[in-house]
Design a protein around this ligand. Structure first.
Ligand code: SF4
Length: 493
């Protein structure tokens, strides 16, 4: 058997961009380093596949001792089929130098059935193409499939006791779509092999394909000549508009003419960059500040979203609050105080989270939250889960004011905000001396994954280390809010 040229991932890479496939095959060293954020997202829900195997118990795993030894995987799968195995996990096949590794292969009375497992709650076009390639390889290899299905997670499932696999997972046959795709798959395999073997790099300009369906990992190479302050830094407009500007010759924001078709929000940013100045609407800021009454609570929650519900009465991917940070100021001159909560790993954190939060927000005064939607939703959810605390929770909900409002309404705008109102952008623009750069945990996604991993961590040193990092991250979120609020106070007087 010759070494494979394409696998599922390189096939899909080629569909996204021929140049990406070429670079991957010939210049893999140019790949961008994976960001901590991306690694965190990638690592979420990677135990879903193992749990789904239990839908078909008693199977044999065809994964070889050395994971990259695809020859052995294909050979082992062949032997398992010949020896009468009825359930094979990670079944490997190769045809015409294309490798396919199927999550679960099951023999029923009328023949073989294939299953691909996804930790998603929806079947995307990419998943259909993935299943189409698997089907093409397996059937051309010589194993007819009665059906091929994608197993996804049922987002309406509510855990009650042990996880009920037949309710948590939904298997959907995609054979009809897969059959329709067979001709397309064959053509693409042919053209992708030519691209991979070509001596010359395909001439592909940067475009929307760089972001869809995945963020390409060769942007460091292809985008190196895109200047700083480019039109791609205008957030809040579709990519198609960014590329229209770029391809019309306007490479930087400063080059965009004032008579353009951009929306008002994007234009405010264009103007701020052109004039290189911040815009401060003092009366609007003063009006916002009028709503805010001391003592002040600066509040931020962290949540995690297990794909497989860990606790009773929770659904897949439900936000479970496990941490908060609170900075507190009794009055304008009072020293800043800090309170926090971080749940013990391994226990349902919701009740202790709520009880500690209520204890730390006892008095009158405004509760400032940055982008309050998530915090409001969490408190609403806790109200349903713990109705005895409903009136206490309502009292907190009624005191919440969203600190993002004056920035979202552009009462205070700085060109470095880049038309985005994330707390990090704000900090960079208004309080550059504070930064997340030195933190090991530097975003909500990383915090989410770090806490989820703690559930199975047994190394005490590692547990303490991660908990310390989580404390530092969440504390900086609310300290940033304090600094941003002080900035608003200083420009309003
Ligand atoms: S960055 Fe864009 S153009 Fe370059 S390889 Fe990736 S998708 Fe293709």
């Amino acid at each position: 058997m010759e070494k494979h040229i394409l696998s599922k991932s390189t096939f899909l890479r080629g569909l996204q961009c021929a140049k990406s496939l070429y670079l991957y095959k010939n210049f893999i060293q140019l790949r961008d380093k994976q960001s901590a954020e991306k690694t965190a997202i990638f690592n979420r829900g990677n135990n879903v596949g193992l749990l789904a195997q239990k839908l078909f118990p008693g199977g044999i795993d065809a994964t070889p001792a050395k994971r990259s030894d695809n020859f052995s995987a294909v050979e082992k799968t062949k032997q398992l089929i010949e020896s009468g195995a009825e359930v094979i996990y990670e079944a490997a096949f190769q045809h015409n130098q294309v490798l396919a590794i199927l999550d679960i292969l099951v023999k029923k009375e009328d023949g073989w059935y294939g299953y691909e497992v996804k930790s998603s709650t929806k079947i995307s076009q990419t998943y259909l193409l993935d299943a189409s390639l698997q089907y093409w390889v397996i059937t051309n290899y010589g194993l007819p499939l009665q059906d091929i299905s994608i197993i996804i997670i049922n987002n309406q499932y509510v855990r009650n006791g042990n996880v009920e696999l037949d309710k948590l997972f939904v298997a959907k046959s995609v054979k009809e779509e897969v059959l329709k795709n067979q001709e397309f798959v064959e053509e693409k395999i042919h053209s992708s092999k030519l691209v991979a073997a070509n001596a010359e790099q395909p001439n592909v300009a940067i475009g929307e394909q760089c972001f869809s369906p995945y963020h390409c990992d060769f942007m460091g190479t292809c985008w190196k000549n895109v200047p700083k302050n480019s039109v791609f830094e205008i957030t809040g407009i579709p990519k198609v508009e960014q590329f229209a500007l770029y391809n019309a010759g306007f490479k930087t924001i400063a080059e965009i003419p004032l008579n353009n078709n951009l929306n008002a929000s994007a234009n405010a940013h264009v103007l701020a960059v052109k004039n290189d100045e911040e815009k401060i609407d003092t009366p609007a800021i003063a009006k916002f500040l009028d709503r805010i009454k001391y003592p002040l609570f600066f509040m931020d929650f962290e949540t995690f979203m297990p794909a497989i519900p860990i606790y009773n009465k929770t659904k897949p991917y439900q936000h479970i609050p496990f941490q908060y940070s609170l900075h507190y100021k009794k009055d304008k001159e009072a020293p800043l105080q800090h309170f926090s909560f971080l749940a013990e790993q391994g226990l349902d954190p919701r009740k202790s989270f709520l009880e500690n939060l209520l204890k730390h927000t006892p008095s009158e005064g405004t509760i400032l939250v940055y982008d309050a939607l998530m915090e409001r939703n969490i408190l609403d959810g806790l109200k349903k889960e713990f109705p005895d605390y409903a009136s206490e929770i309502d009292w907190r909900l009624n005191r919440i004011v969203d600190l993002m409002i004056p920035f979202q309404e552009k009462s205070y705008y700085h060109p470095a905000m880049k038309n985005s109102f994330s707390i990090k952008n704000l900090l960079h623009a208004l309080v550059p001396e504070l930064s997340y750069n030195d933190l090991m945990i530097s975003s909500g996604s990383i915090a989410m994954t770090a806490y989820e991993h703690l559930q199975n961590e047994t190394d005490m040193f590692r547990i303490l280390e991660v908990r310390e990092q989580l404390h530092e991250y969440c504390k900086l979120d609310t300290l940033s809010m304090v600094k941003v609020f002080e900035k608003l106070e200083s420009v309003s007087s």
